[in-house]
Design a protein around this ligand. Sequence first.
Ligand SMILES: *[C@@H]1O[C@H](CO)[C@@H](O)[C@H](O)[C@H]1NC(C)=O
Ligand SMILES: *[C@@H]1O[C@H](CO)[C@@H](O)[C@H](O)[C@H]1NC(C)=O
Ligand SMILES: *[C@@H]1O[C@H](CO)[C@@H](O)[C@H](O)[C@H]1NC(C)=O
Ligand SMILES: *[C@@H]1O[C@H](CO)[C@@H](O)[C@H](O)[C@H]1NC(C)=O
Ligand SMILES: *[C@@H]1O[C@H](CO)[C@@H](O)[C@H](O)[C@H]1NC(C)=O
Ligand SMILES: *[C@@H]1O[C@H](CO)[C@@H](O)[C@H](O)[C@H]1NC(C)=O
Ligand SMILES: *[C@@H]1O[C@H](CO)[C@@H](O)[C@H](O)[C@H]1NC(C)=O
Length: 336
Amino acid sequence: MAAVESVVFPATLLFWSLLIAEAQIMTRPACQPYCGGIEIPYPFGMKAGCYLEESFKLRCNSTSAAPILTVNGIDLQVRRIWVDDSTIEVDFPIVFANCGGKERNTVVDLEGSPFAFSKWNYFIARGCDNLALMNQNQSTIGGCISICDKNSESAMTTCTGINCCQTKIPSYLKVFNVTLKGVDDGKGKREDTECRYAYLVYQIWINERAYGIGYYGQNEAPYYMRDWDYVPVELDWGIDKRVFESLVKNGSFDNSSYTSHCEILNPSINSTNQSSTVQCSCTAGFGGNPYLDGVCREGASLSFYRRNIKAKMAGLGMLLHFHSIPVRILVAMTKT
Ligand SMILES: *[C@@H]1O[C@H](CO)[C@@H](O)[C@H](O)[C@H]1NC(C)=O
Ligand SMILES: *[C@@H]1O[C@H](CO)[C@@H](O)[C@H](O)[C@H]1NC(C)=O
Ligand SMILES: *[C@@H]1O[C@H](CO)[C@@H](O)[C@H](O)[C@H]1NC(C)=O
Ligand SMILES: *[C@@H]1O[C@H](CO)[C@@H](O)[C@H](O)[C@H]1NC(C)=O
Ligand SMILES: *[C@@H]1O[C@H](CO)[C@@H](O)[C@H](O)[C@H]1NC(C)=O
Ligand SMILES: *[C@@H]1O[C@H](CO)[C@@H](O)[C@H](O)[C@H]1NC(C)=O
Ligand SMILES: *[C@@H]1O[C@H](CO)[C@@H](O)[C@H](O)[C@H]1NC(C)=O
C-alpha cells in the first residue's frame, strides 16, 4: 500500500504549506487581492498598476461571483488562478449543433495572448455517428469519431466511442475551432440532424465527475453536457519573453535569485505575433509569488506538490482515488 502512504503524507504537508502560503503577499501594494472569493495574484490584477500588462487585466463585476478575463474579445469567467504552476481555470463555452435552439460555435483564439490550452484538458464530443474535428489555421489538428447506438445510455457514464468520444489535445494548442459533422453509419445513412456537441474540459474535473471521488462528487451522467453552457478548462500562462527580458534588464525582476526559477515554456514557438512565454516558480523551501520581483520568501512552496500530484493523476482511475485527496483539500481551502 505504498501508494496510500506516499500520498497521504504530501496531503498533510500540503495542508500546512497552504496555511503558510496563505500568509504570503501575492499582489502589489494597495491592490485588491480578491474578487468574489477568488484570489487575484500578480501578474493578474484589476486596476492599472496592479496587473503587469493588459493581457492580465481582470474585470470584477459586483453582480457576478467571479472575475472576467477577456482574451481576443472573448470573455471567460475565472474559476481559480494558480501562481505555483502558472495555470488558470476558466469556464469555457461548449459548442452545440442541432441541439434544439442551442446552436453555438464559439471560436476561441488565444493567439497573441500569454495563454494556451494546457495538456491537462481532454477534447470530448458527443453525438451519433459524429465526426468532431479541431481546426487551426485552416487545417485539422485533431479530433475523434463516435459510432451510433440509439438504445445505449452508455455515453451517459462512459466515453469510449459509442455516442461519445474523447482525445488528448496537441501541446501548445492556441485555437479552439470545432467542426461537427455526421458520418456514414456503414449502411449509407448519415446523421445530420442529431444533437451533437463538443468541448474542452479540465481532466481532473471530468475524471472526478466520472469516478465520483474528490471534491465534485460522482455524477450519473458525467459526459452529458447538453444542459450546460460552460465547463472548466485549464490554461497555461506565462510572461511574454520580451517583457520578461525588459523587466530583468531594468532591475525590476531578479532573474538570478536562488529562491525562484524561471524557464521558457514553449521555446520552439514560431509565429509572427506570438512570442515565447516565461514561467516562474519558487524553489523548494520557498513560497509566495515569484512573479512579484523574482524573489520568493521563506516558507514551503506548493509548486512541488501540485506538479507532483498532477503528474501522478495522469495514471489510472484507481490511483486517481488517492491523488484526489490533496486536490480536494486544495479546492476546499481556496474557497473562502
Ligand atoms: C456585470 O454582469 C451583468 C450580469 O452578468 C451584466 O449584465 C453587466 O453588463 C456586467 N457589467 C460589466 C461592467 O461587465
Ligand atoms: C498558416 O497557414 C499559412 C498558409 O499555409 C502559413 O503561411 C502560415 O505560416 C500559417 N500560420 C501559422 C501560425 O501556422
Ligand atoms: C475554423 O476552421 C474552419 C475549418 O478549417 C475554417 O474554415 C474557419 O475559417 C475557422 N474559423 C475561424 C474563426 O478561424
Ligand atoms: C521596467 O520595465 C517594465 C516593462 O517595460 C516597466 O513596466 C517598468 O515600469 C520598468 N521599471 C523601471 C523601474 O523602470
Ligand atoms: C533568466 O531567465 C531565462 C528564462 O527566460 C533563463 O533562460 C536564463 O538562464 C535566466 N538567466 C539567469 C542569469 O538566471
Ligand atoms: C521560424 O520560422 C522561420 C521562417 O518560417 C524559419 O526560418 C526559422 O528557422 C523558424 N525557427 C524555429 C525556431 O523553428
Ligand atoms: C499580427 O499583428 C499585426 C499587427 O498587430 C496584425 O496586423 C496581423 O493581422 C497579425 N497577424 C495575425 C496572424 O494575427
